[in-house]
Design a protein around this ligand. Sequence first.
Ligand SMILES: Nc1nc2c(c(=O)[nH]1)N[C@H]1C(S)=C(S)[C@@H](COP(=O)(O)OP(=O)(O)OC[C@H]3O[C@@H](n4cnc5c(=O)[nH]c(N)nc54)[C@H](O)[C@@H]3O)O[C@H]1N2
Ligand SMILES: Nc1nc2c(c(=O)[nH]1)N[C@H]1C(S)=C(S)[C@@H](COP(=O)(O)OP(=O)(O)OC[C@H]3O[C@@H](n4cnc5c(=O)[nH]c(N)nc54)[C@H](O)[C@@H]3O)O[C@H]1N2
Ligand code: SF4
Ligand SMILES: [Mo]
Length: 752
Amino acid sequence: MADRTAFRTCPLCEANCGLEIELTTKPDGSEEVKRIRGDQADVFSAGFICPKGSTLKHLHEDPDWLRAPHVKRDGEFVAVTWDEAFETIAAGLAPILESGDRNAVGLYLGNPNVHSLDPMIYNRALIKSIGTANLFSASTVDQRPKEISSAMLFGSVTIPVPDLDRTDYLLMLGANPVASNGSLCTAPDFPGRLSRIQERGGRVIVVDPRRSETAETADEHLAIRPNGDAWFLAALANVISNEGLADLGHLADHVSGLDEVLAFITPVTPEAVAERVGLDAPTIRRIAAELAAAPSAAVYGRIGTTCQEFGTLSSVLVDVVNLLTGNLDSIGGAMFSTGAVGQPSTKGKPGVGRGFRMGGTTSRVSGTRSSFGEFPVTVMPEEIETAGEGQIRAMVTVGGNPASSTPNSTRMNAAFESLEFMVCVDPYINETTRHADVILPPPTALQKPHFDLAFVNLSVRNVANYSEAIFPLEESQMAEGEILRRLTSVFLGEAASGPAAEAVVEAIDDASAAAVADGAVRNEFGPVAGVEGSELLEVSSEYEGADRMLDMMLRSGPFGSGLNGDGLSLAKLKENPHGVDLGALEEHRIPGILRTKSGTIELINDDLRPEFERLAATIEEEVPEMVLVGRRHLRSNNSWMHNVRVLTKGRNRCTLQIHPDDADRLGIEDGSAAKVTSRVGEVIIDCERTDVVRPGVVSIPHGFGQNTEGVQLRVASEYRGVNTNLLTDEYLRDPISGNIALNGVPVTVAPA
Ligand SMILES: Nc1nc2c(c(=O)[nH]1)N[C@H]1C(S)=C(S)[C@@H](COP(=O)(O)OP(=O)(O)OC[C@H]3O[C@@H](n4cnc5c(=O)[nH]c(N)nc54)[C@H](O)[C@@H]3O)O[C@H]1N2
Ligand SMILES: Nc1nc2c(c(=O)[nH]1)N[C@H]1C(S)=C(S)[C@@H](COP(=O)(O)OP(=O)(O)OC[C@H]3O[C@@H](n4cnc5c(=O)[nH]c(N)nc54)[C@H](O)[C@@H]3O)O[C@H]1N2
Ligand code: SF4
Ligand SMILES: [Mo]
């Protein structure tokens, strides 16, 4: 029997499943997790859970999860007090900060930041305090092209999601939600939602060079050639418009640039692109006709379409096809969520705003453009290696493992090793943090409160959930928000330790809260318009830290209670541990949510024109004989969960999948070792002969290779995997965003 049952949202991936956590009390009075199951009463996930969800227990109990800060002394990490750790940081950074060159510090923010409340709130102050142009994040090895595409079209990063629960036809490109549980589309039990499309007579089509686990369950699998999506999508748009199948519905008067786009893609016919995309012309024509004929249809593109050489253009074309078929912003199509926090509601004026422009700054060494205040992480190594004013001499990483997760890991690791100083906010000693001088470990997920600030805006249903922390912090631990503020204090040149540092931590908190209050009441559409920021701050002051900020955001959000209504507030969420359902997505949010200069959906601009030209000009370019793509497995989470034995046990999942025709030609046997070589490196890896990949394509999952010197992960280090980013090429990028092309990397394969 459980002594207590707690409920919380799983923070591990974008699906946001509700968990039911049974706890028992030990003789010493402390609690431990007895069992984790899916929360049947969760308003969104209704009991769904994947194998990772129950491992929050294992992560919490993992002896390798650091419980105290660590400082490197004579090449060995030793546990120290927090005061010692921050003093070491202040001393280590002093020569760099005294030089006055703020760009000499680089900051990399990794994926777990967007799954955690404290960093979502407090990273802002840290970024500001460092004051560097050298800001990087995992976004540019992931979804940056989609963010840019949305910002171009709609004026802000409002990304449409497929209306999975109501659509009649889903065309899914470069996504494998049966393994990943979905991305840029929060939908717990994504696989179940796909089955229900089929049960209600709809169709699911998967476009992927690999017959993925999702493709296996689909009505149809189109084994496209890697990197072929932009041509495929353009050909669909071409057919829809030329065959008179286009019908923009309610958006007809809210679009600009469509004629120019259609002119650009005139040569991109199914017949012209068939060879290049590896799909026959009649099939492309049929898909176009089906999309146009379906009562509702949604095109959804994910990492296979963003992490490739036409990342931004493919992302734009996804929305162009949705638009042409009348499915953008319509029920069953690609719709916009109304997050409980973060996005202004549609009530009010039509959307005219400042719009979006690429760049602002260019990087020092290669002149690569920034977007949203960040440079692509692909330029991080050159900025560390190249001497001169603005050279990165010290790095801070927060919740990221770029030594594993970003391209050309050999170069990345060498660059980290050459740094004068490095600080990592991270629980583990892994590929990246082994280079650190100081590691500042956050508490485990079960020790943190949780609210998903990011994914409520990318959700197939409007929902809000808040989770209380389940376990208290141990004596030696510090809350992540406090770690980030202490670090901020050091960069502000304020106290690093003692009561003086604690006072700064409080002052940063108050300043952040005041900024949130101010931002909330300046939101012209919010229900608290007319309210003073100070009044909002006052009502939310029963909470501390990130909770106080969250309460203000909820109260001022589209479903908010304002100062005293009965809408959302933190108290309301605390009363509803299974979440609050805020309804299905609303249609016709355009033009209200647009923030472009013209107040229309802007389909064309000076960055997209050359890409459309390149698309038409390169249809007949020769494709490499063999290219590498990535994949994910349900029992993995990027680079950091292979230390959980229940997830990694069983057969080796880090294999090279190769088609039998290729394997025969190259003399490669199933289970044998092969050498895979790219421009930047080589790996030796176990082969898996399988026709799930199309000929000419090999697949390796990322996030493996913890069997490397200096990594202290006792389970993960035993795993027989290799790091695929030893092969990916930092110069293979989407030209607009600078986002890495992880898919379609030219490689050669030979028996090892
Ligand atoms: N279990 C698990 N779940 C995860 C993660 C994890 O590591 N493990 N990571 C999380 C993160 S950070 C993210 S961003 C999401 C990503 O979630 P998804 O976008 O669903 O990513 P993948 O599962 O890698 O699926 C990408 C698919 O794209 C295909 N592909 C490769 N190249 C191309 C191409 O050129 N064109 C097309 N059409 N397809 C291509 C691949 O074969 C693969 O099947 O998953 C999240 N969820
Ligand atoms: N070849 C290839 N490379 C890829 C991908 C691919 O598909 N193929 N996918 C890309 C994608 S989509 C992404 S998002 C990136 C991810 O890139 P990263 O974010 O750089 O890497 P992760 O593997 O997610 O590592 C997360 C780090 O955060 C730490 N961590 C875990 N929990 C917490 C926490 O609560 N707080 C803090 N502070 N730290 C924590 C972990 O120990 C780990 O060091 O990788 C990219 N790299
Ligand atoms: S799908 Fe798995 S990892 Fe993702 S939120 Fe749900 S339980 Fe957690
Ligand atoms: Mo990601």
